[in-house]
Ligand binder design. Structure first.
Ligand SMILES: Nc1ncnc2c1ncn2[C@@H]1O[C@H](COP(=O)(O)OP(=O)(O)OP(=O)(O)O)[C@@H](O)[C@H]1O
Ligand SMILES: [Mg+2]
Length: 338
């Protein structure tokens, strides 16, 4: 079996990329465990789900994917579980649901955090009983399907807010796979650029031979908020618009490659008498935390995104910076803490 064919094209040689491949192989050996794939937009969650399917013994059966954000709750329910004729106004004929369509294979539930809590409860029942019942039906139909769910949202925060059921979370999270943002595995950026340069040359009939040194350096330094998808789209745009032999700094559209705000240069001086490094760095950190909270009007989730740290990390830092330590979380009980 050739990895590149089965896994689509999971490019990367950093430790994170290798660990992901190993994890995919391991999960694929087990045919039934549900998997929860998390990670920012464009990090490869769908690619990972397909790779798990393609490596597993379920590969000769269907891979059915559905985005839970694409349909209103009642429609999503009937699409997932199927319905009997006359179950609702438009139910002219009996229809099988996605669970049945995926029989023997894998059902990929993308953007799972968008699912309503009442549908979450029904999904949990299906996962536990391994049967589905059509809307308007009376029969419990056995289903043999592996479920892989994905989200780019902070599901722990949603659980705290009561928007995601913790029982479903634990049921889905049997095998958690977290995909790191591209900026945190920058070593893979040149490989991905090469991979997509070659691929897009073929697809678009272009003859781009590579990147100038400073263009490559800029691409490696960039923050990539849209991750691998953004990288691929940027290259595609450049090859289509400019048909370059070599991709130069000038090709990299200014607005696309603006540096992250946090990396904006600021002026530092070392006082003649010297300074104490640790408290100085702590005060810089405290000030950035304060600015992020100010800019997001106290929204911890958004502030954490702005600083590119996990929410829990920011909460811990807040407990030092702000009296009371922010609104929610594991801080010592204060007036705002439930
Ligand atoms: N490691 C990788 N190697 C090569 N291509 C990748 C890799 N990871 C992601 N891609 C490509 O990046 C694009 C986005 O990947 P994918 O759709 O799997 O991301 P996602 O996490 O599901 O994003 P979203 O949350 O926006 O749905 C796809 O074209 C995919 O082929
Ligand atoms: Mg996706």
């Amino acid at each position: 079996m050739v990895w590149s064919i089965l896994a689509g094209e999971l490019v990367g040689e950093t430790e994170g990329a290798r660990a992901l491949r190993a994890q995919i192989r391991q999960v694929a050996e087990n045919n039934d465990a549900t998997v929860l794939v998390t990670g920012e937009s464009g990090t490869g969650k769908e690619l990972t789900a397909r790779a798990i399917h393609n490596f597993s013994a379920r590969r000769d059966f269907p891979f059915v994917d559905i985005s839970c954000a694409s349909l209103p709750a009642n429609l999503l329910e009937s699409e997932l579980f199927g319905f009997e004729r006359g179950a609702f106004t438009d139910a002219g004929a009996r229809k099988r649901g996605y669970f049945e369509m995926a029989e023997g294979g894998t059902l990929f539930l993308d953007e799972i955090a968008e699912m309503s809590t009442s549908l979450q409860a029904k999904l949990l029942r299906v996962l536990e009983q391994r049967t589905v019942r059509h809307l308007g039906g009376t029969e419990d139909l056995p289903v043999d399907v592996r479920v892989i769910a994905a989200t780019n949202q902070d599901i722990h925060a949603l659980m705290q807010e009561g928007k995601f059921r913790s029982d479903l979370f634990y049921r889905l999270n049997v095998v958690p796979i977290h995909l790191v943002p591209l900026r945190d595995r920058a070593g893979d950026i040149p490989l991905l650029l090469e991979h997509y340069r070659l691929r897009l040359n073929t697809l678009l009939s272009r003859n781009c031979t590579g990147f100038s040194e400073d263009a490559m350096a800029a691409l490696c330094r960039y923050f990539w908020p849209g991750n691998v998808r953004e990288l691929k789209n940027l290259l595609e745009r450049i090859l289509i618009l400019y048909n370059p032999v070599v991709i130069e700094l000038a090709h990299l559209a200014q607005e696309t490659l603006s540096p992250p705000a946090a990396a904006a240069p600021f002026h530092l001086t070392l006082p003649p008498e010297g300074l104490s490094l640790a408290p100085f760095l702590a005060s810089v950190e405290d000030e950035l935390v304060r600015l992020a909270m100010e800019r997001t009007a106290g929204n911890v989730t958004q502030a954490a995104k702005l600083l590119n740290v996990p929410r829990e990390t920011l909460r811990y830092k807040l407990s030092r910076v702000l009296p009371g330590g922010g609104k929610t979380g594991t801080n010592p009980p204060g007036p705002d803490t439930p």
